[in-house]
Design a protein around this ligand. Structure first.
Ligand code: F6R
Length: 610
C-alpha cells in the first residue's frame, strides 16, 4: 500500500527519496511524487503511473537537502497526477505525504480551512496541507504545534510526513494506525513507512507508536504525543544482513521467492526442533507447558493468504493436539462482538505485520483481556510489537505482492505449533519423532515440486486462456484449493473459485463445462475413493482435470488431463508441498498472459487501511 520516505540532512535529498520510493515499489502503487525544499521554496513533482513516469519529469540535478516522497495506492480519488502526493497548500508553504484514510474530511474542511480554499485534488490528504499551513500561520509558534492541533481533530488513520518552506531542515512525522519508522543517521535523519526504505542508510531505528509526533532535524529528533507530552523512545538496531531487493537472476521476484522456499522453510524450522523430546521449541511464545495444557480452544486470525494458512494450521492443530481450532477472517472479527475467553489461545498471522484488519482484531482481543500470539515475517512490525508472544517466520523480505514463501513459512510454523501442543497432550514420542524427521525432509519435498516447473508451465499454457477455473479439495485439501485459486486470481486475473469437494454437487457443478479447468487436490488418504468420485463427476462434464496428487492410484491418470506428482510424505505436511505446485501453476499462467506478475493490478503488498 502507500509508501512514505522523508529525509533531512546535508546531502541532496532527491536521490535518497527516489531510492526509497524504489524500495517501496513492491508494496503496490499507482502514482508517485517527491517534494524538496531549496532556497526558500518547495519544489514538487508528481505523476500517475510508475516511478519512471515521475523520473521523466525531474531535472538532471535537484538541490535541497530536506524532502518527502510518496508512492500512492489510490483510495480517495483516481490515480491521477493531481491526486498523487505530496500535496502542497495554496500558499506553497506546507507539503504533506499521507498513508491512511481521513474519515472526517468534510468537518475538517469546515472547521480548519478558510471558506474559499480551493481544493485541487479529490484526496483526503490535501485537506491536511491546507489545514496545517492555515493553522501554522494563525497560531504562530513551532510547526509541530500546528501539526498537532490539526491531527487532534482528525478521525481516521494516518502516517504523515510534513515539510515547511518557513522551517528549513525540519521534518514533522506522525503516526496513528499507519506505520512510521525513524532512521537515525550521522548528521542526518530519515523517516519511512517501511524499514526496507531505510535499511540501506541506517540500522538505528525508532518505531513510532500510535498518537506520536516526531520533529526531525539533521541533528536528531524529539517525540511527543498529540497532546505535546514528551515521549522517551529507545532506538533498536536492525539485525541481520542487509536484505537487498534483488531478483538474483530470476525473471520476477515471485519466481525467486517460490524457488527460495526450500531455504525459507529450513529457516522457519531451524533451531526449533527438539529431537530429544520429539517436539518443537518455540521460546518466543512466552508460554510454559502448563499454560499450553490449559488451552481449550484456538482461534486463528488473518487476511487473504494468511487466513488460508490459518485454516490449514487449524487443521494441523486439531489433528495432532485434538484442541478445537478454527480460523477466522480478521477483518470481520471485531465487528461481530466476539466472545473472548481466557482459555482460548488466539493466533494472529501476518507476513507484513502491518495489516490493519489483523491489528484491529488483535487490539479487540487484548482490550477484552485475551492472550494473542503472532506469526509474523516482518521483524519489528506493529503486530510483532503488540502481540503477547510469537514466532518469526524468518522468510526474508517478500517483495512480490502475491505471498508465496511467507505462506509456506506460516504453514511450517503451524506444523511446529501443532507438534508442540500435540506433545504436551497425547501425541506419542514415536509420532512426534516421525514428524520431526518429516519436517527436516520438507525442503527436499518442495524441491521435488520445483523441479517440475517445465511440466507445470506446459499445463499452464493449456489453461491460461480459460475464463474461469475451479480448485477442489477435501478436508485439509480445501485450504490448499483456496490458496491455489487466490494465487491464480491475483496474478493471472483468471476467475477462480475454490470449493470443498463435497460441495461441488450442491451448486457449482452447474458451471463445470469443458471450458472450466478443475484443479483437484487429491491426498493419498482414506478419502481417496471419495475424491475419485469427485473426479468422475467432473469428468462426466468434460472439464479438463489437473490432479495434484501424491497417490499412485491408476484411475487418477485415467480421469485427469494432467497430473502434477507430489512426492509421498507426512500427510500433515502435504498441503505445504502441494501449495508450491499451485504457485508455479499460477505463475506460469500469469507469465503466459504477460501479466505484471510482481505488482498485479489493484493490489497492495501491505494493506494498512481498513
Ligand atoms: C495474497 C496476499 C494477501 C495477504 C493479505 C494479508 O497473495 O498476499 O492476501 O496474504 O493481504 O497480508 P499479511 O500477511 O501481510 O497480513
Amino acid at each position: 500500500m502507500c509508501g512514505i520516505i522523508a529525509f533531512t540532512g546535508n546531502q541532496a535529498a532527491a536521490p535518497i527519496l527516489l531510492d526509497g520510493l524504489r524500495r517501496l515499489e513492491y508494496r503496490g502503487y499507482d502514482s508517485a511524487g517527491i517534494c524538496v525544499f531549496n532556497r526558500k521554496k518547495l519544489y514538487n513533482w508528481k505523476s500517475s503511473g510508475k516511478l519512471s513516469a515521475l523520473e521523466s519529469l525531474l531535472p538532471d540535478s535537484i538541490l535541497g537537502s530536506t524532502g518527502i516522497g510518496h508512492t500512492r495506492w489510490a483510495t480517495h480519488g483516481a490515480p491521477t497526477n493531481e491526486n498523487a502526493h505530496p500535496h502542497v497548500d495554496t500558499t506553497g508553504r506546507i507539503a504533506v505525504v499521507h498513508n491512511g484514510i481521513i474519515e472526517n474530511v468534510d468537518s475538517l474542511r469546515l472547521s480548519l480551512l478558510p471558506a474559499k480554499t480551493a481544493l485541487l485534488s479529490e484526496t483526503d490528504t490535501e485537506i491536511l496541507a491546507h489545514a496545517i499551513a492555515h493553522t501554522a500561520t494563525k497560531q504562530g509558534g513551532p510547526l509541530i504545534d500546528a501539526v498537532r492541533t490539526v491531527l487532534r481533530q482528525v478521525i481516521g488513520t494516518f502516517g504523515i510526513a510534513v515539510i515547511d518552506r518557513d522551517n528549513p531542515g525540519t521534518l514533522i512525522v506522525a503516526r496513528s494506525g499507519s506505520p512510521v519508522i525513524l532512521g537515525i543517521g550521522d548528521g542526518e535523519m530519515f523517516a519511512a513507512s517501511d524499514v526496507s526504505a531505510l535499511s540501506r542508510y541506517t540500522r538505528e531505528l525508532v518505531h513510532l507508536d500510535d498518537g506520536e509526533v516526531a520533529e526531525l532535524t539533521p541533528q536528531g529528533f524529539t517525540v511527543t504525543t498529540l497532546d505535546a507530552s514528551p515521549r522517551e523512545k529507545k532506538s533498536t538496531h536492525l539485525q541481520g544482513q542487509l536484505e537487498e531487493h534483488d531478483k538474483a537472476g530470476y525473471a520476477h521476484f515471485l519466481l525467486k521467492e517460490i524457488n527460495e522456499q526450500p531455504e525459507t522453510v529450513k529457516r522457519a524450522i531451524s533451531g526449533r526442533l527438539d529431537e530429544a523430546f520429539s517436539t518443537a521449541h518455540l521460546g518466543g511464545l512466552n508460554l510454559q507447558a502448563r499454560d499450553l495444557l490449559d488451552v481449550k480452544r484456538i482461534v486463528i486470525l488473518g487476511c487473504g493468504s494468511a487466513l488460508y494458512a490459518g485454516m490449514a494450521g487449524a487443521h494441523m492443530i486439531e489433528t495432532l493436539a485434538r484442541i478445537p481450532a478454527t480460523a477466522e477472517a480478521a477483518a470481520e472479527f471485531r465487528y461481530r462482538n466476539p466472545v473472548i475467553e481466557a482459555s482460548t489461545l488466539y493466533i494472529a498471522v501476518s507476513q507484513s505485520g502491518e495489516t490493519f484488519d489483523t491489528l484491529a482484531a488483535i487490539r479487540e482481543i487484548k482490550r477484552k483481556g485475551g492472550f494473542v500470539l503472532g506469526l509474523v515475517n516482518s521483524v519489528g512490525s506493529t503486530i510483532a510489537r503488540e502481540v503477547d508472544g510469537g514466532v518469526y517466520m524468518h522468510a526474508g523480505p517478500e517483495v512480490s505482492v502475491a505471498s508465496t514463501k511467507a505462506y509456506t513459512s506460516m504453514l511450517t510454523l503451524f506444523a511446529l505449533i501443532a507438534l508442540l501442543l500435540g506433545r504436551t497432550r497425547d501425541l506419542s514420542v514415536q509420532q512426534g519423532s516421525g514428524l520431526v524427521t518429516s519436517l527436516h525432509n520438507l525442503p527436499v519435498q518442495i524441491d521435488y515440486v520445483l523441479q517440475q516447473h517445465k511440466k507445470i508451465a506446459s499445463i499452464a499454457k493449456k489453461i491460461a486462456h480459460s475464463q474461469s477455473a475451479f480448485f477442489i479439495g477435501r478436508t485439509d485439501g480445501y485450504p490448499v484449493a483456496l490458496e491455489g485459486a487466490q494465487k491464480l486470481k491475483e496474478i493471472s486475473y483468471i476467475h477462480a473459485e475454490a470449493y470443498p469437494a463435497s460441495e461441488l454437487k450442491h451448486g457449482p457443478l452447474a458451471l463445470v463445462t469443458e471450458k472450466t479447468p478443475c484443479v483437484v487436490i487429491l491426498q493419498d488418504s482414506d478419502l481417496l475413493a471419495k475424491n475419485i468420485s469427485t473426479l468422475e463427476e467432473i469428468n462426466a462434464r468434460s472439464a479438463p482435470i489437473i490432479a495434484v496428487t501424491d497417490s499412485d492410484e491408476p484411475r487418477i491418470k485415467k480421469l485427469a488431463a494432467h497430473v502434477i506428482d507430489i512426492p509421498k510424505g507426512d500427510a500433515l505436511l502435504q498441503p505445504i508441498v502441494m501449495g508450491v505446485a499451485l504457485q508455479l501453476l499460477a505463475y506460469h499462467c500469469a507469465l503466459h498472459l504477460k501479466r505484471d506478475v510482481d505488482q498485479p493490478r489493484n493490489l497492495a503488498k501491505s494493506v494498512t487501511v481498513e
